[in-house]
Structures are given as C-alpha cells and as structure tokens.
Ligand binder design. Structure first.
Ligand SMILES: *Cc1c(COP(=O)(O)O)cnc(C)c1O
Length: 433
C-alpha cells in the first residue's frame, strides 16, 4: 500500500500524525501503552452498511464471522446494526450472547462440533446449524430427538470451486476437510428431511477467505442453485441460501472487489432464478467488516543495522499478529508520526526488517520496509482488525495487547492489557510428598 494510501477513516493531520477517526495513534499509545489494537467504529459500520445497501430490498441476513474479531465490543456494534453472526464454537456463541447478539440470527459452522456444543446451541435457540458431515448430521438428529426439539439445519456443501487464494484459507475444493461434496448432498438432505428431529432450512457454502475475484463466488452460487432445484423437485422447501464469507481486503497492492460487486455477483445468479427470487440470501463476511477497521500500534524498541539486513525490533510480535508468520502475508506498516512526543532520537532511513522480540526466526511483521526510523517511534500495522487479536497467544509469556475502539473523538478501551499474573492464574505448583 503506498504510504499516502490509508484505509477509510484513517488519515493524517497537518503535522503528519496518523489519525484513527479523530484520534491520534500517538495519543492511544500514550494512554494505553503498546502494543495496542485500535479499531474505528465508523469503518466497521460503513463496511456493514455497504453490504446492506448492496442488497437493496432483497431479503438477506449478514452473519458476521465472529472468529475474525470476537471482542464483545465489536460484536455489540454489529448487533446494534441488526447483524446476525456466524460462529465456529460454543464459546463464540456465548460471546455473541454476552454482546447482546441474537442466537436466533446466528449460524453455527465448523467441522468438529462436540455434543455439548450442539446441545448448548439448541438450548440457546440457534438460528441454523451448518452441518459439515454425515456423522455430524446423525449426531445432531440424536441430540435434538433426545432434547425433544427440532434442529434447524443446512448442509455445508463443497461446490468444488477454486477460490484462488492462499492454500490455508481455501476451503471450497473437494479435497479439503470442510463440508460435504455437493454431489453427495442429496441423499443426506433426503434423510434429514424425513427425520422428525431435523428441519432442513437451507443450503450453505463457504469457499475460502481473502478472495480478490468475484468469479468463484458466482460459480459457487450457480452450483448451489442447481442443488436447490434438485431439492425442490424432491419436495424439500428451502428457507434461505447461505453463500458464506470470504471477500478479500487490500493489505498492500491487492485490488479486491467492492461490497457491491460481491453482492452483485451473487445476485446475478440468484435473482435470475424464479425459484430463489424470494429466498433470503445469507452471507458470512468476517475480514471485510473487521479487517480494514483495525491497526496494531507498536513501538520501536531497538534499531539493529547490519551489513546485509537491518532489523527494527518492535514491541509487537507474532503472538500479537500471526498473519505474516502463518501465511507469509504482507501487511502495510506505516509511521504513526512524531506528534506524540515519542521517537525523538536520531532518525535512520533505510530498508528494515520489522521483527518482534520472540525467539523464533518466523517472528516478523514485515520484510524490507523502506522507513525512516528512530527508537521509540510508533508504527501502525494496517488492515489488522481481522485475524489479528483473535489469533493472538501468550507465547513467550507475553500478555495480549490492549484493544481500543475509536468513535469520532471518543476512545473506548474494549479490552485491557492482560495483567501478567493472569497468565499463570490457572496454574499450580505440584504437590510434593
Ligand atoms: C472464516 C469463515 C468465514 C469468514 O471468512 P472471511 O474471509 O473472514 O470473510 C465465513 N464462514 C465460515 C464458515 C468461516 O469458517
């Protein structure tokens, strides 16, 4: 991402300081220390509203994928907008409820739902269980029967389209662990339709993440529609189509489709089909909503110039932001400006490896970044609102970062930095005798 290009709701003041809405990044670090995640409420709302607008008067539900960023403060902002949620564990459902979200507008995805998770979701009145295997379908039927309930289900079908994204986040090819092959779905649907403890409500698919082209979405929608026809012929009435998430965002030089292009690609297939004209479309976006809204603020601890490589050692690490280490992803890293009074030392222009303090060579946030740096400078890793904090760990006994939500001029601390002793609060010395 060229330095001048910042995500929406991020800007610079005349002094060159990075602003999140109307708040200086430097002010956040002064108040909350670093590393700290900061999110723009307006950015989250505007991404959600862009999707809503693209649906127009077409019946739909936007189920935010909680795993992208599961802070209850973020979930609450989305619940207030009327969002549904896509969860992959009972823990995420508990977060949705703690945040004021509606379990009835929540879909439960994931290949490994335990019996307790299924029971908990049915007790809470889950909107739909997105079933990923025959064995899971059987288990849900048994549990619902035992609870004397009827479980609303969709099958997550695998449409076998290539999402052309990173192999770790491509989920719609027939050789991966997700979903049921679309050609094998029919008998399972018939079995579920005949089962008194199951109610077939829809078809679900999710083909991958960080997609930068709409054609795989269109292909998947076409295959889902074919299945919808075969189900209708067999007397199975659908109440919704869930076409998953996966819309990509710009980290550096990607050119992802706009919200309107994504929804238009889906609608070009679904609206054209009389069978689906009145069928609500559900989607499950995570990254698109939370990603561009967030930045990870980190301070330069040491500069370590070298003959071949020069290292800027910062106070955020792979435990705070795993994407570069896990996927080799490039994320834009920009200076937060000097207005905070930090970073007053000698300035050193150069090409820097931006690395953290963790004892792993894979611990980097960015390679070969042209930056003029001084010890104490604040840097912002952009596009870090999704799969940032939610994938953080305590590796190297590092307390997880604070999280802050900016709303205009207001600053809300939505998660305080972890107190150190909380990291071993559940541990015990062995008893010896
Ligand atoms: C992760 C996931 C999503 C969200 O993916 P994004 O790329 O963040 O939009 C949606 N649905 C399911 C089933 C997922 O596992």
């Amino acid at each position: 991402m060229p330095q001048s290009e910042l995500p929406p709701f991020f800007s610079r003041n005349d002094a060159g300081d990075l602003l999140i809405e109307q708040v200086r990044a430097g002010e956040i670090v002064e108040r909350f220390d670093s590393p700290t995640y900061v999110y723009s409420r307006a950015a989250i709302e505007s991404a959600f509203n862009a999707l809503t607008a693209a649906f127009g008067d077409r019946a739909h539900r936007i189920c935010y994928a909680v795993k992208a960023n599961s802070n209850i403060g973020i979930l609450n902002v989305l619940a207030r907008l009327g969002a549904g949620f896509d969860i992959v564990s009972y823990g995420e459902l508990a977060r949705v409820m703690a945040a004021g979200g509606d379990p009835g507008k929540t879909v439960f995805s994931g290949v490994g739902k335990s019996a307790d998770e299924i029971r908990g979701a049915l007790e809470a009145g889950i909107g739909c269980l997105n079933v990923e295997s025959e064995a899971e379908l059987q288990r849900i039927a048994d549990i619902a029967a035992e609870m004397q309930q009827v479980a609303p289900i969709s099958l997550r079908v695998n449409p076998d389209v290539d999402a052309r994204t990173h192999p770790y986040i491509s989920t719609g090819l027939k050789d991966n662990k997700f979903g049921v092959a679309i050609d094998e779905a029919l008998p399972l649907y018939e079995w579920a339709h005949a089962h008194p403890a199951l109610e077939v409500t829809g078809i679900d698919c999710h083909i991958g993440s960080q997609l930068t082209d709409v054609s795989p979405f269109r292909d998947a929608a076409e295959r889902v529609m074919k299945l919808a026809h075969r189900l209708t012929e067999r007397g199975i009435t659908l109440q919704h189509l869930d076409l998953g998430g996966g819309l990509g965002i710009r980290y550096t030089d990607e050119t992802p489709p706009a919200a309107a292009d994504w929804i238009e690609a889906i609608r070009s297939v679904v609206d054209a089909d009389p069978l689906a004209r009145d069928l609500p479309i559900w989607i499950e976006p995570g990254r698109f909503i939370a990603g561009p809204a967030g930045a990870l603020l980190t301070r330069v601890e040491y500069l370590k110039p070298g003959e071949h490589k020069s290292f800027a050692i910062v106070d955020a690490a792979m435990n705070d932001l795993m994407r570069p280490a896990l996927y080799g992803s490039d994320m834009a890293i920009v200076p937060a400006g000097q207005g905070s009074g930090l970073g007053a030392g000698d300035r050193h222009p150069g090409t820097w490896e931006i690395v953290g303090p963790i004892c792993e060579t894979g611990d980097f946030l960015g390679h070969e970044r042209e930056l003029e740096l001084a010890e104490g400078d604040v840097l912002a890793v952009l596009g870090a609102g999704a799969y940032g904090f939610s994938m953080a760990s305590n590796y190297n006994t590092r307390p997880r970062a604070a999280e802050v939500l900016v709303d205009g001029r207001a600053i809300h601390e939505i998660r305080r930095r972890e107190p150190l002793d909380s990291l071993w609060a559940l541990e015990q010395l062995p008893t010896t005798d």
